[in-house]
Design a protein around this ligand. Structure first.
Ligand code: ZN
Ligand code: ZN
Length: 270
């Protein structure tokens, strides 16, 4: 039995998401007559008032409203420093699947350091070209300037255009911001991360809550504090996984290990 899913996207994300979800019997129907940028953009032209997860859900819900489909899918990405390794760039993707009949949301969240996310202030054509080379241009697009600049341009994917526009920009400004364009259709690295997120969603669609039988049952929290094998002091090593159903709130704790190696203990190995 195939289920139709309305997907609110205008950046061709369906090309990587649809084949993965089709294996679970979900057929993607693209909704592109809605400007998702009105919900916020990376380049700061519109403020994003909701959190990333809320925005993905909002898009999924809008998709069902615009189409009358039972299922809606929304995607939202963010970029910034890696949560543990500050200098490493980090791409976090969320896919939210909304079941309007059961008013039930499933979230797939996937983080990756495989991203070219970066920006640099440049003041010459050579400087611009070396930045472009570093970030995988032209297969990855670039943004020139900020929305306030007269020479602002997104989605630059051609060397001649880049040189012409930088040349023009440097005539009116001593320096120019160059930035990676992180929209999915401009960024193969991001497209790959979205595909990985879709695979995670696909796994959740096959995992059913033991209590209410809806899909999306999975890991929601790592419980830290496995006791040291020598002195039993809680360590930072996870002792269990908590699985939770976001619909009926049923949860289970799955133990991982009984004791942690003493090398992870702050008392035995300070
Ligand atoms: Zn449940
Ligand atoms: Zn110890």
């Amino acid at each position: 039995m195939q289920k139709e899913v309305a997907f609110l996207t205008c950046h061709h994300k369906e090309t990587v998401v649809a084949p993965v979800l089709l294996k679970q019997g979900y057929i993607i129907r693209v909704v592109d007559n809605f400007d998702t940028d009105s919900l916020g953009t990376f380049t700061g032209e519109v403020d994003r008032p909701l959190t990333q997860v809320q925005t993905a859900l909002k898009k999924a819900q809008l998709a069902t409203e615009l189409t009358n489909c039972r299922y809606g899918l929304g995607s939202e990405g963010s970029f910034g420093p890696h949560p543990q390794v500050y200098l490493l760039p980090w791409n976090l993707e969320v896919l939210a699947l909304w079941d309007r009949l059961h008013e039930h949301a499933i979230y797939a969240i996937f983080g990756s350091s495989e991203t070219n996310f970066s920006s640099e202030k440049i003041n010459s054509i050579d400087h611009a070209l070396s930045f472009a080379q570093k970030v995988g241009f032209p297969s990855h697009g670039l943004i020139i300037g900020t929305p306030q600049d007269s020479f602002f341009a997104k989605g630059v994917q051609d060397a001649n255009t880049l040189i012409d526009r930088i040349h023009a920009a440097l005539k009116v400004s001593a320096s120019v911001w160059l930035e990676t364009d992180m929209r999915a259709h401009m960024n193969p690295n991001r497209m790959q991360t979205i595909q990985n997120t879709a695979e995670k969603l696909s796994a959740l669609l096959q995992s059913f809550c033991p209590h209410c039988k809806l899909p999306g049952y999975g890991l929601t929290e790592m419980l830290n504090g496995a006791p040291c094998e020598i002195c039993s002091t809680p360590t930072r090593i996870p002792k269990a996984e908590k699985w939770n159903c976001l619909h009926c709130n049923f949860s289970e704790v799955h133990p991982l290990i009984e004791v942690a190696p003493a090398k992870n203990c702050d008392v035995c190995n300070p």
